[in-house]
Design a protein around this ligand. Structure first.
Ligand SMILES: Cc1cc2nc3c(=O)[nH]c(=O)nc-3n(C[C@H](O)[C@H](O)[C@H](O)COP(=O)(O)OP(=O)(O)OC[C@H]3O[C@@H](n4cnc5c(N)ncnc54)[C@H](O)[C@@H]3O)c2cc1C
Length: 288
């Protein structure tokens, strides 16, 4: 894990953003060694079961933690989930903080349930970066790509927002953001020549990819060398990728795509498939 390590994150405060998002701000001594690479930097959270206040792992040693965690009784084993560092900062008072924006999508899903009840003082464990250049930053724009095309659903909006605010001012951006509610259209910082199309989902379930595709198809794209970044529900990501590669002839090597979740499958099921080699994914975190 050399580039990555365990950190203990303590909830400092929470704040509702729009209808679907809850920002949880974490602090803690160990954040001093945490180094987010920005953009779509992801991390793995270990969240306590509902009857526990904090996450406790039997081992955080590189060679034993996985077996020790897997060996815990089901009812006690902390739930591992992938999330995004929306921002890491040091406050003027010298306090290290990390924001993670959680989509609240229902109480029966462990991470959404935990976030909805997160209270200051609660501690979780995290596997995250110790160096800013690490493989969990997937957004890797070649320097000659001057047109950035982005699709994100609500789970990938934190990553997309962090990407947009880090891009050089002279890059053109066309972005499609799919969110459940009109007031999830958050204010974002982005280069001057950015056009964002919000796709507000009224009828989740069957047909969601078509809703997004219709919006993307309508776009009259400016000339330029494209770099495409796509993330969100796996089926929709696949459909949007196909559109760019087959209908717009974008070189598939210029398309970075990740399924952040899949309709009807928990993250445990996705990981089990990835480890069993069933998921045709570009990395083990992908839900594709
Ligand atoms: C690299 C990466 C970065 C991510 N970053 C973020 C982030 O910053 N913020 C964020 O909110 N999510 C993010 N996600 C997505 C998040 O990991 C998944 O949504 C995860 O499934 C949530 O766990 P859960 O315990 O709430 O639901 P699970 O137990 O995993 O799933 C339970 C059920 O809920 C469904 N489900 C999962 N997510 C949603 C959803 N958003 N809306 C509706 N149904 C859903 C599943 O299909 C399943 O049927 C990221 C995923 C990846 C791979």
């Amino acid at each position: 894990m050399t580039d990555f390590g365990f950190f203990e994150f303590e909830v400092l405060r929470t704040r509702r953003l729009g209808h679907s998002f809850l920002r949880v701000t974490f602090g803690g001594e160990s954040l001093r060694d945490f180094r987010s690479g920005g953009f779509d930097q992801s991390l793995s959270l270990f969240l306590p079961q509902p009857h526990r206040e904090h996450t406790e792992l039997p081992s955080t040693a590189e060679d034993t933690w996985f077996g020790a965690w897997r060996g815990m009784p089901d009812e006690d084993r902390p739930v591992m989930r992938s999330y995004t560092v929306r921002e890491q900062r040091r406050t003027p008072a010298g306090v290290d903080e990390v924001d993670i924006d959680f989509v609240l999508h229902g109480d029966s899903s462990p991470a959404s349930h935990w976030a909805g009840r997160a209270v200051p003082g609660s501690r979780i464990m995290v596997i995250g970066p110790r160096v800013a250049e690490n493989k969990s930053v997937r957004f890797q724009r070649p320097s000659d790509a001057d047109l950035v095309l982005v699709y994100a659903d609500e789970t990938a909006l934190p990553a997309a927002a962090a990407i947009l605010e880090r891009l050089p001012a002279d890059v053109r951006v066309r972005a499609w953001f799919e969110v459940p509610h009109a007031d999830d259209r958050l204010a974002l910082s982005a280069p001057a020549d950015t056009e964002i199309t919000w796709v507000v989902r009224e009828d989740p379930g069957a047909g969601r990819a078509e809703h997004v595709l219709a919006a993307v198809r309508k776009a009259d794209l400016p000339a330029g060398t494209p770099y495409v970044w796509l993330a969100g529900e796996a089926g929709t990501v696949r459909a949007v990728r196909r559109h760019f590669v087959q209908e717009r002839s974008v070189d598939r090597k210029s398309v970075r795509f990740t399924g952040y979740w899949r309709l009807g499958a928990s993250e445990e099921q996705l990981l089990a498939e990835a480890y069993a080699g069933q998921a045709p994914s570009e990395d083990p975190e992908s839900a594709l």
